[in-house]
Design a protein around this ligand. Structure first.
Ligand SMILES: *[C@@H]1O[C@H](CO)[C@@H](O)[C@H](O)[C@H]1NC(C)=O
Ligand SMILES: *[C@@H]1O[C@H](CO)[C@@H](O)[C@H](O)[C@H]1NC(C)=O
Ligand SMILES: *[C@@H]1O[C@H](CO)[C@@H](O)[C@H](O)[C@H]1NC(C)=O
Ligand SMILES: *[C@@H]1O[C@H](CO)[C@@H](O)[C@H](O)[C@H]1NC(C)=O
Ligand SMILES: *[C@@H]1O[C@H](CO)[C@@H](O)[C@H](O)[C@H]1NC(C)=O
Length: 508
């Protein structure tokens, strides 16, 4: 999500999240008898939805009852942030210590301000649907496997809102239309989502209102979010919602229930099948997802009023992923560098100008063909540059890339190796603006970004074991002006750890 930290101003929405470690039955599958340790938020798995409206200031109090540090907070902490100029569906999750494997995630929805038209009628209800692959093994054990330099095994199943097969029910009244906000909160696998006997009308992708196209199933890559409308226009009974892994030799499938309030019959018949290994199907679907240029976004002007395709590119960054052993341990890299955290948070080191923590330029902006090595990789970029990033995937897996602090236009993707001639096939008119994009096996994906947000932003794979083992870096978007017009001041409650210990933030 494109978040700016800020002092509360205007309307504020306050949340209190209490994290509790509870050994709970989060995996209710008959054949996978074991229970697991889950991270609950306010006693819920998944955690509660965070509701907000564009430009709301959110105050989120986090009380950590886990026996270990959680997220980016090392103790109880209050986050103040503004959902500035944003709408759409996202999710929150813990980013440290492989906690994501234990849950701790929940939906975030940012509604349009009341007077701004939304390009579809108000749905009768709005459901968060968090889907993801899941391990029976707890997160400490999974983390230990990675720490020892091994790869993770294939997951044990898929959860829908934290539950196994048939355990989650969505109730619909006949004739009414519902919004489903589907996010892939899992650790690795792309998932296909479909509903028996029903079509889905795609209306939103990570904050962009899309051309309302109807699909019978939808690929949701790890880290991505989609909103669809579903109308209860079928005979009154229960229907399967099916979610299954994509591009895997063994296909994992799970189900939830779409229940008509006047249902006369339980779910029956075969679970609807979906695509499994077909890459072209997925690529074609991705290309069919377009921005509705006449619909409003967070502001009343149409989404198509900013002509990203007419802006000159000031820089091209090419990123290549790789997997290799370093010092006998499995690691993953971007342009040959496998990220290792520093002793001081990078943003703090930058703010207080503490030398020796990181070096701008410690990762190249193009592949260098070197053997993989470890470093605290930071790439410099100029505030207000308009950048093209090409993700080149030489590997045989689907990747999913996320950039913090920004939305970007996904202008093109195709098989093979990107060349400047690949630009001829870019969509420079109505590509979707989002924050997470897939890169198909032995393929490339190109994005455009307007670097209008000063800061130290994480660029990472959403394939969580790879992120944990170094496939990430920081993009330092820098302005020499150092003005609070371009970047909000340091939060006064910022935790000053590492070499920033003893510094002061600001008095008010
Ligand atoms: C965090 O908050 C909880 C609940 O208010 C309190 O019991 C605990 O002592 C606090 N821990 C720290 C480290 O401040
Ligand atoms: C695009 O948005 C406009 C304006 O809200 C709406 O009337 C139209 O139905 C939308 N078109 C599609 C194809 O989604
Ligand atoms: C994870 O499982 C291991 C053994 O299977 C156990 O020793 C450990 O306490 C568990 N960790 C948590 C956080 O439950
Ligand atoms: C889900 O429910 C259907 C209908 O009752 C049943 O046939 C199926 O076996 C159930 N699936 C699981 C995994 O329990
Ligand atoms: C883009 O670059 C071209 C060629 O250098 C130049 O003619 C044009 O004015 C530039 N367009 C914008 C919008 O800056």
């Amino acid at each position: 999500m494109h978040v700016k930290s800020n002092e509360p101003r205007g309307s504020a929405v306050c949340y209190c999240l209490l994290l509790t470690p509870i050994v709970t039955e989060v995996f209710l599958v008959a054949k996978l008898e074991s229970s697991n340790t889950g991270i609950l938020i306010n006693g819920q798995f998944p955690g509660p939805d965070i509701y907000s409206v564009t430009n709301n200031n959110l105050i989120i109090n986090v009380h950590n009852s886990l026996p270990e540090p959680f997220l980016i907070s090392w103790q109880n902490f209050t986050y103040t942030l503004q959902v500035k100029d944003q709408i759409g569906s996202f999710f929150y999750f813990p980013s440290l210590a492989f906690h994501k494997a234990a849950g701790g995630f929940g939906g975030i929805r940012i509604l349009s301000r009341p007077l701004i038209p939304v390009p579809f009628p108000d749905p009768a209800d709005d459901f968060t649907v968090l889907i993801g692959d899941w391990y029976k093994t707890n997160h400490t054990k999974l983390k230990a496997i990675l720490d020892r330099g091994h790869r993770l095994p294939f997951p044990d199943g898929i959860l829908i809102n934290g539950r196994g097969p048939n355990a989650t029910t969505f109730t619909l009244e006949p004739g009414k239309t519902y919004r489903l906000r589907i996010s892939n909160v899992g650790l690795q696998h792309s998932l296909n989502f479909r509903i028996q006997g029903h079509k889905m009308k795609l209306v939103e992708v990570e904050g962009t209102h899309t051309m309302q196209t109807t699909y019978s199933s939808l690929d949701v890559h790890v880290g991505q979010s989609y909103s669809v409308l579903v109308t209860a226009d079928q005979p009154a009974q229960d229907y399967y919602i099916a979610v299954s892994t994509r591009f895997t030799t063994r296909v994992l499938t799970t189900t939830a229930i779409l229940h008509y309030s006047n249902s006369a019959k339980k779910v029956s018949g075969p679970i609807p099948g979906g695509p499994t290994t077909q890459i072209d199907w997925s690529l074609n679907q991705a290309r069919s997802i377009r921005t509705n240029l006449t619909a409003s976004g967070p502001r009343p002007n149409p989404q198509g009023s900013y002509h990203y395709g007419l802006i000159n590119i000031s820089r091209t960054i090419k990123l290549e992923s790789s997997a290799a052993q370093v010092n006998g341990k499995q690691r993953y890299a971007v342009n040959s560098v496998s990220f290792v955290p520093a002793d001081t948070p990078l943003k703090l080191a930058d703010y207080f100008k503490i030398g020796g923590v990181f070096r701008v330029g410690s990762i190249s902006d193009h592949p260098i063909g070197r053997k993989m090595y470890l470093d605290t990789s930071v790439m410099g970029a100029d505030f207000r540059a308009f950048v093209e990033i090409v993700f080149q995937n030489h590997e045989n897996i689907v990747q999913s890339w996320h950039l913090d602090g920004y939305s970007f236009w996904v202008v093109g993707m195709d098989g093979g190796v990107w060349t400047p001639a690949s630009r001829d096939q870019y969509n420079l008119r109505d590509a979707v603006s989002r924050c997470t994009t897939q890169v198909y096996p032995k393929s490339w994906t190109a994005i455009y970004i307007a670097l209008d947000n000063v800061g130290m932003w994480n660029v990472r794979t959403e394939f969580w074991a790879r992120q944990y083992l170094g496939q990430q870096f920081y993009l330092r978007v820098y302005s020499p002006v150092e003005s609070i017009r371009d970047e909000y001041p340091i939060p006064k409650n910022a935790l000053l750890c590492g070499r920033a210990t003893g510094k002061t933030t600001r008095p008010f």
